[in-house]
Design a protein around this ligand. Structure first.
Ligand code: UFG
Length: 323
């Protein structure tokens, strides 16, 4: 049986991935400081409450569980917050990864999947974005992820490490059975905020910018269902030991505007989404969507839940605590 150390496994993408690992016969060992994660999301293996900045705690965990692979989700991941606290982002995201790599090398774990992000591309020259597009992040968060990619490549070149780097586009939706949900504090993401606005559980949805050169003036994003992201990690575990190191986009190859998401929320919930119109948000590129062909070819990546209706339906169901 494969055991996988999942840092950040109590978080949104991490918990969905643990569920998928367990469904495929693997044991997830979650290492999470619970700063933004939730202990009740950890149900498929042990939870070690620890911080990736604590090298001793990491070493103890590796020595105790001897994982076959690491999936490293633990990171700060708010673009806006990264502008006000850049050093916290670099310390946590960059130093945290260095600690994990050192613990892997010390304890003989060779395989790692690293969570990266489409934010490393910054404002792309063209869309869809292939993996070899220029990497010019426009936020401290994006730069921290790009540094992480580069550090992992350097580490793999000088140690016996295998890696898959995943560049997520916009993770959204929730487990279709309703067992897990998207629960961020603070919540800053479009889909849950639009649902909360429609159901009067939150304020009117602010639209950040209406003057982009896009189909309707609002930003366009590539929304990928969190359960599809989780499945890609399962595929990557078997890919890792047999193949060359690689960085892959995980997206659908389609874009939806903020207003198209709002319309989908209105269709699915049957309620209007009250809106307010505001200025552009710093760090938001106008259009991001992936060229997903490499992940399709190498990992047989075929999103099953990532049409907009299913994303909104599953997000809505989990927000109502049903399913
Ligand atoms: N948006 C609004 N109003 C809101 C919230 C969001 O108009 O209240 C807009 C944003 O301006 C953006 C789009 O909706 O254009 C999506 O915003 P999200 O905050 O949902 O997602 P982001 O694209 O900013 O960021 C997310 C993750 C990052 C990841 C990034 C990759 O939070 O960690 O996707 O695109 F890097």
């Amino acid at each position: 049986m494969t055991s996988v150390l999942v840092t950040g496994g109590a978080g949104y993408i991490g918990s969905h991935t643990c569920m998928a690992l367990a469904a495929n016969g693997m044991t997830p060992i979650v290492f999470d400081n619970l700063f933004r994660g939730h202990a009740d999301f950890v149900r498929w293996g042990p939870l070690i409450v620890g911080d990736i900045l604590d090298q001793a705690a990491l070493n103890d965990t590796f020595a105790r569980y001897r994982p076959d692979a690491v999936i490293h989700f633990a990171a700060l991941a708010y673009v806006g917050e990264s502008f006000s606290n850049p050093m916290t982002y670099y310390k946590n995201n960059v130093s945290g990864l260095v600690n994990i790599i050192e613990a892997m090398v010390k304890n003989g774990t060779q395989n790692i999947i690293l969570s990266s992000s489409c934010t490393i591309y910054g404002i792309p020259d063209t869309v869809p974005i292939p993996e070899n597009a220029p990497q010019r992040p426009i936020s401290p968060y994006g730069r921290s992820k790009l540094f992480c990619e580069q550090i992992l490549k350097d580490a793999a070149a000088s140690n016996d490490l295998n890696f898959v780097i995943f560049r997520y586009f916009n993770a959204s939706g929730a487990d279709a059975s309703g067992d897990l949900s998207e629960r961020h504090d603070p919540e800053t993401h479009l889909v849950p905020l639009a649902i909360d606005a429609a159901t009067n559980e939150g304020p009117a949805l602010p639209i950040f910018g209406s003057d982009y050169a896009t189909t309707d003036g609002t930003c366009e994003r590539d929304f990928i269902h969190v359960s599809d992201l989780a499945s890609a990690h399962v595929e990557a575990i078997s890919y890792l030991s047999k193949n060359a190191n690689i960085a892959l986009n995980l997206g659908t190859g389609r874009a939806h505007s903020v207003l198209q998401v709002v319309s989908a929320v209105e269709r699915v919930t049957g309620r209007p989404v009250p809106l307010t119109w505001g200025p552009r948000r710093p760090g938001d590129p106008p259009i991001l969507f992936s060229d997903p062909t490499l992940a399709q070819r190498l990992l047989r990546f075929r999103p099953k839940y990532s049409d907009l209706e299913t994303i909104i339906e599953t997000a809505w169901r989990s927000r109502r605590g049903q399913g």
